[in-house]
Design a protein around this ligand. Structure first.
Ligand SMILES: O=C(O)[C@@H](COP(=O)(O)O)OP(=O)(O)O
Length: 290
């Protein structure tokens, strides 16, 4: 296993363990941690390159398929997982096909196509509002790189809400895959990272954490920003520092968690450090005017 770049955690684990999301965990559990030392593994990754990633378009809840390159990236992610001798009991993914298909390629590669797969809108990409379908570099030319970085990476500034005359409004809003949620009154018109975390974290706390505690090994395939929210939560990254995190496509990363669901170390990527660094820089540069 090649351990890659780490993205630093702001606060010590004590504050995490006593936090509101770490149910059933108290100081004495923390103190016993070194003696009991149970570890739980969870692997996550952003999907492979989508057609809209390739065209550098804001995608959000639009259902762009994987490109051929994206499918290959997903298979390579599967190989990295296989080389690391990791296998899974349960998978979680979003309702968007780029994340679901990435998962399929991985499970095929590791010979685990039969494990249960849970799909939820709560792991969807953040809704990019009225930016959906716009080219990121052209938007930076029009509104400035600073504004585009705020829309892409700030914690609590949402992009402008999607308008009814947006070309993609109908196909997103009326998509039958959302018949079980979100409820119409909560259907997003655009989402900041903060808003994305608000709908992703209940799924982490109420569905994922109980399975991890139950000893199940999980893989989660999702999106650049829905995963940034989970990472922010686990690694206690500040609202300012999270602006610098850009997730590359289809590079698995993992956490080992203790029984308080506190990471024993910050997120770690599987892969070649230099390649991942370049891929992260290239994601950051997608918002530059060219
Ligand atoms: O919605 C999108 O355009 C990208 C992320 O874009 P940035 O926030 O990196 O601009 O989402 P993903 O490809 O992970 O589903």
């Amino acid at each position: 296993m090649i351990v890659l770049q780490r993205f630093g955690r702001a606060n010590p684990s004590l504050s995490q363990c006593s936090g509101g999301h770490q149910q059933g965990c108290n100081l004495s559990a923390l103190q016993q941690r070194s003696s009991s030392s149970k570890k739980f593994l969870v692997v996550m990754l952003r999907h492979g390159e989508s057609e809209w990633n390739q065209k550098n378009l804001f995608c959000g809840w639009y259902d762009a398929p994987l490109t051929e390159k994206g499918a290959k990236e997903a298979t390579l992610a599967g190989k990295a997982i296989k080389d690391a001798k990791i296998n899974f009991d349960i998978a979680h993914t979003s309702l968007l096909s780029r994340a679901q298909d990435t998962l399929k390629h991985i499970l095929k590669e590791i010979g685990q196509e039969c494990i249960p797969v849970h799909k939820t809108w709560r792991l969807n990409e953040r809704h990019y509002g009225n930016l959906t379908g716009l080219n990121k570099a052209e938007t930076a030319k029009k509104y400035g790189e600073k504004q585009v970085k705020i829309w892409r990476r700030s914690y609590d500034t949402p992009p402008p809400p999607i308008k009814k005359d947006n070309k993609y409004y109908e196909c997103i809003t009326k998509d039958p895959r959302y018949c079980e949620g979100p409820p119409p009154e909560e259907f997003p018109k655009s989402e900041s990272l903060k808003m994305t975390i608000k709908r992703t974290l209940p799924y982490w706390d109420n569905v994922i954490v109980p399975q991890i505690r139950d000893g199940k090994k999980l893989i989660i395939t999702a999106h650049g920003n829905s995963l940034r929210g989970i990472i922010k939560h686990l690694d206690k990254i500040s609202d300012e520092a999270i602006m610098q995190l850009n997730l590359p496509t289809a590079v698995p990363f993992f956490y080992e968690l203790d029984e308080c669901m506190v990471p024993l170390a910050p997120m770690k990527f599987l892969g070649d450090p230099e390649t991942v660094k370049k891929a992260m820089e290239s994601v950051a540069n997608q918002g530059k005017a060219k």
